[in-house]
Design a protein around this ligand. Structure first.
Ligand SMILES: [Zn+2]
Length: 270
């Protein structure tokens, strides 16, 4: 666990670099006029989120799991579950938790205002997978810390899950078009870029589907699966799609602002 930061950075760059290359080799093909001009803002949000978590929740999820292990707290520690069992259980349980958290962020208006910053990206590429308001990153960390303690999750498993979640987020937002047969085969188990694209549609019914991050099974199980989509979608959130809204200061302020001429945000998923 001492080399945790190295593992995280290596996994991050090891996934991001091939995806950026793949976006050139097998691009999705839809128009992306802003392209790399969104990158500074998208990367700025995730960097600020990391700083906020480091300053205010220095234990983070892995630290919380270490604490629970030493205190013999949480379900898996109480059961003395072996690592070979506790690790996959933790990864699957955390993926379900993040699926449920994602649905809550769509359902509660104040949380949607935070999560909308992610959805308001008018284009999708791997960097969209990093574009989350720092307060959403912070709240999500609190949830993961609580879950790590309650579950008695092994610290190695929490680290593995966080690396996996990060990689999955980069992958499913990437503007790549996989061969259809491969896409369909992968989609049986994991969320593919084509599936997750539907979640970024401007249309409410489509946004309120495909909430999964790693495993695609949760959407099938809980009735939020809409199947495959072949055509082009209008991406982003109406009223927040404009190029001038895609700067770091505007994105940070977006949850607390109202669009001019509006009583309230006109788009609010259920
Ligand atoms: Zn969402």
């Amino acid at each position: 666990m001492e080399s945790e930061a190295t593992w995280r950075l290596a996994a991050f760059l090891g996934v991001l670099a091939p995806l950026l290359l793949a976006e050139r080799l097998i691009p999705w093909g839809g128009p992306r006029p802003l392209g790399a001009r969104r990158w500074a803002a998208n990367l700025g949000l995730v960097a600020l989120g990391a700083v906020l978590v480091r300053l205010t929740l220095p234990l983070a999820a892995v630290g919380a799991a270490l604490w629970a292990q030493r205190a013999d707290a949480g379900l898996l520690n109480a059961l003395d579950a072996p690592l070979w069992l506790a690790l996959p259980l933790t990864v699957v349980a955390f993926d379900l938790l993040i699926y449920l958290q994602h649905r809550v962020f769509h359902a509660v208006p104040a949380l949607w205002a935070l999560h909308r910053v992610h959805h308001a990206d008018p284009e999708l590429d791997a960097t969209t997978g990093l574009r989350f308001h720092p307060l959403e990153i912070w709240l999500s960390m609190l949830v993961k810390m609580a879950a790590a303690v309650a579950l008695g999750a092994p610290p190695e498993a929490v680290l593995a899950f966080e690396i996996l979640l990060n990689a999955a987020s980069l992958f499913e937002h990437a503007a790549i078009r996989l061969p259809p047969a491969l896409d369909r085969a992968l989609a049986l188990v994991i969320v593919t870029p084509r599936l997750h694209r539907i979640h970024h549609s401007e249309r409410e019914a489509e946004t309120n589907s495909h909430y999964g991050f790693c495993l695609s099974i949760w959407d099938r199980l809980f009735g939020t699966w809409r199947g495959h989509w072949e055509g082009e979608l209008v991406l982003g959130v109406r009223d927040w799609r404009a190029a001038e809204e895609q700067t770091l200061p505007r994105l940070l302020a977006q949850p607390f602002r109202r669009r001019r001429g509006q009583g309230q945000a006109s788009f609010r998923p259920r």
